[in-house]
Design a protein around this ligand. Structure first.
Ligand SMILES: C[S@@+](CC[C@H](N)C(=O)[O-])C[C@H]1O[C@@H](n2cnc3c(N)ncnc32)[C@H](O)[C@@H]1O
Length: 224
């Protein structure tokens, strides 16, 4: 698989900080929840889309999953388990390469990252189609997205450390600065996607169920 170069600008705005796991540890809890929603079984072929440090992939292995059946795609893959296949590149171009090779998966999950992908315009339709192409009938594509965010400032303690989080929302963009004292900082810009648009692009291929929680919407898409 071809490796795709990443510009520094993209790296900076896509949660690829070396401190990612520490800064996001509060969010990184319970990744198994999405695997559970997909009825994931060890031995199934799993795609961890925008998998980053591999929270989903590692949760699958903890459930008894076979690393040779797990593929992680990210602009900058950085999962510690090197038995997992990790493909570096943008989601859409890497998915298209997988489509060209005709590879199929039982479950694809995009956790805390769908907001970085484009869904407006032609690339949105291409994204949905390229995901649908690699999920076999009855298989799942599951992702979570933001409930429309407002400006907020939080200061909290997590595992004995002080964290500060500042988020704002302007023109469908979410700006988030996280600082962990003694840990580092991360600044990210992501998008708030319209629900109608998500339905519009995935509806041709999937039955879609949404589950709302306090901070996120879970989209459970079953391939027809
Ligand atoms: C908040 S992290 C989530 C990582 C992981 N899914 C998790 O649950 O910990 C967002 C990830 O999306 C990746 N990302 C952002 N834009 C991307 C794109 N266009 N293609 C592939 N990966 C992307 C970033 O590199 C980052 O690792």
């Amino acid at each position: 698989m071809q490796r795709v170069s990443i510009s520094n600008k993209t790296k900076r705005f896509a949660c690829t900080t070396e401190h990612y796991n520490d800064l996001y540890s509060r969010y990184l809890q319970n990744p198994a929840k999405l695997l559970e929603m997909a009825g994931y079984q060890p031995g199934q072929r799993l795609l961890d889309l925008c998998g980053g440090t591999g929270a989903i992939s590692l949760a699958a292995l903890a459930l008894g999953g076979d690393p040779s059946q797990v593929t992680l795609i990210d602009l900058k893959p950085r999962c510690q388990d090197k038995k997992i296949r990790q493909l570096a590149g943008s989601a859409l171009s890497t998915l298209k390469q997988i489509n060209n090779e005709g590879e199929m998966f039982d479950v694809a999950i995009c956790r805390q990252a769908f907001a970085y992908l484009h869904v407006e315009g032609k690339s949105g339709e291409e994204l949905a189609q390229s995901i649908a192409n690699l999920i076999q009938p009855g298989g799942f594509f599951i992702f979570n997205s933001f409930i429309r965010p407002r400006f907020h400032f939080k200061s909290y303690q997590f595992k004995g450390r002080r964290f500060i989080e500042l988020a704002g929302y302007l023109r469908r963009r979410i700006f988030r600065l996280q600082i962990g004292l003694g840990v580092g900082y991360d600044f990210s810009i992501s998008k708030w996607h319209r629900e109608e648009r998500i339905f519009e692009i995935f509806n041709p291929y999937f039955n879609i169920e949404t589950r709302w929680s306090e901070n996120a919407v879970y989209w459970i898409c079953t391939r027809r």
